[in-house]
Design a protein around this ligand. Structure first.
Ligand SMILES: C[S@@+](CC[C@H](N)C(=O)[O-])C[C@H]1O[C@@H](n2cnc3c(N)ncnc32)[C@H](O)[C@@H]1O
Length: 308
């Protein structure tokens, strides 16, 4: 039997417990219905998704090769594979001994899957059973479902209850909701009011309780001064945040923010980098300084455009 024909409830953390019977039933139904299977050859009727469908192979390179699953929301929000791969390889090369990574807001598994290619244990957390189901299905397509453990729940509650604080976590990664494509309209994206489910300060504070190594994928127009302020407030005046601008083709996809000593030595990390990434400084020093450094260290381009 193909492994994708069956699933292991053991990889859905705590879902066997009585209190999660509703979510378990929902998951069972999704599985029976083979819900959210993407037909890569059928042009989508929904015009709001069309743009993303056109670039479907940038989301998952196995699109059209393996069975992949996306809800409507995931069409907008999955991290494109080359970006997710870059992040995973960058973290791997900065944390060569790391074992366990938590992907908070794991969505359809774009990041969890790539992280699982480089780390033995990845926890994916999401408040949507549908999205956890898609992550599991997509992880099966990539053959990494055995390295991923999925936790259902609202991050605010999980964080308040100290979930993961007693697990040895080497790094927390998160690609939180940016509030839909509307984020692009703002000149500067306010990270306290614009991010969900909580602002940058509370989000970072919670993540730092789990690991001193934290990586966030944020809008390209994020307020760097805000990042700098929050970094110093939570970690002290000498603390730094490494910011990389992620560019795919000519398009700026977003920024990657790294907190944690191992990430500051990014010439080491950049050796494994796949992507055209611009470093604009660390939220403390001048941008110019950082840009120069990035030009020296990162140069491989990704071609993102695809027709039809
Ligand atoms: C931008 S998507 C993440 C995409 C993911 N990195 C990927 O590549 O597929 C954000 C995810 O956060 C989840 N989410 C939103 N609010 C949440 C909350 N309060 N707790 C946990 N997950 C939440 C959504 O269900 C969605 O799947």
């Amino acid at each position: 039997m193909n492994s994708a024909d069956s699933w292991d409830l053991g990889h859905f953390v705590h879902l066997d417990k009585h209190k999660y019977r509703k979510q378990r039933k929902e998951l069972e139904k999704l599985w029976r219905d083979d819900a959210f299977l993407v037909n890569p050859d059928a042009k989508v009727a929904d015009r709001t998704i069309y743009k993303y469908w056109k670039n479907r192979r940038t989301l998952f390179s196995l699109m059209g090769v393996k069975r992949l699953y996306l809800t409507k929301e995931l069409w907008f929000s999955v991290t494109p594979e080359t970006v997710a791969k870059f992040v995973a390889r960058f973290i791997r090369s900065c944390l060569p001994e790391a074992h366990t990574v938590v992907d908070v807001f794991c969505g359809g598994g774009g990041n969890s899957i790539q992280l699982a290619m480089y780390f033995p244990k990845v926890y994916g957390v999401d408040c949507s059973v549908e999205h956890l189901y898609c992550t599991y299905r997509n992880a099966q397509a990539y053959g990494v479902e055995d390295r991923i453990w999925l936790k259902y729940g609202d991050w605010r509650k999980l964080s308040r209850r100290g979930r993961f604080e007693r697990v040895k976590v080497d790094c927390v990664f998160a690609s939180p909701p940016w509030g839909g494509p509307g984020y692009q309209k703002e000149e500067v994206f306010d990270l306290e009011t614009g991010l969900a489910p909580v602002g940058l300060r509370e989000m970072l504070r919670g993540f730092l309780r789990i690991s001193s190594n934290v990586v966030l994928f944020l809008p390209r127009n994020s307020d760097l001064a805000q990042i700098s302020r929050v970094t110093r407030e939570l970690l002290g005046d000498d603390a730094r945040c490494k910011v990389l601008y992620v560019k795919t083709g000519e398009y700026m996809k977003g920024i990657l923010c790294f907190w944690g000593e191992p990430f500051y030595n990014y010439s080491q990390g950049s050796e494994a980098a796949v992507g055209n990434v611009h470093d604009v400084g660390d939220g403390k020093h001048s941008n110019e300084d950082g840009v120069q450094h990035a030009r020296e260290s990162l140069s491989v381009a990704i071609d993102y455009s695809e027709d039809g």
